[in-house]
Design a protein around this ligand. Structure first.
Ligand SMILES: [Zn+2]
Length: 73
């Protein structure tokens, strides 16, 4: 396990640069979605691509976009 730690953190950084550091942060050995406060198992890339397709995540993305564009609220 410790042997893999470095490659895992490199893996996590790659995933974050791919999926957006506005959205994800690294939480120890997991990816943490800042918007919906959900931890995603980062070992399989498909976990993340599946997660970002979920309705829950989309709702948070939309809310964030609305906050950016609508200043009149
Ligand atoms: Zn999310």
């Amino acid at each position: 396990m410790p042997k893999d730690k470095q490659s895992l953190s490199r893996h996590l950084k790659l995933l974050i640069s791919e999926f957006g550091k506005d959205v994800f942060s690294i939480d120890n050995v997991a990816l943490f979605c800042k918007l919906s406060k959900v931890k995603v198992d980062p070992v399989r890339r498909s976990n993340i691509t599946q997660y970002i397709k979920t309705e829950k995540h989309h709702r948070f993305i939309e809310r964030k976009l609305n906050q950016k564009t609508a200043n009149n609220y």
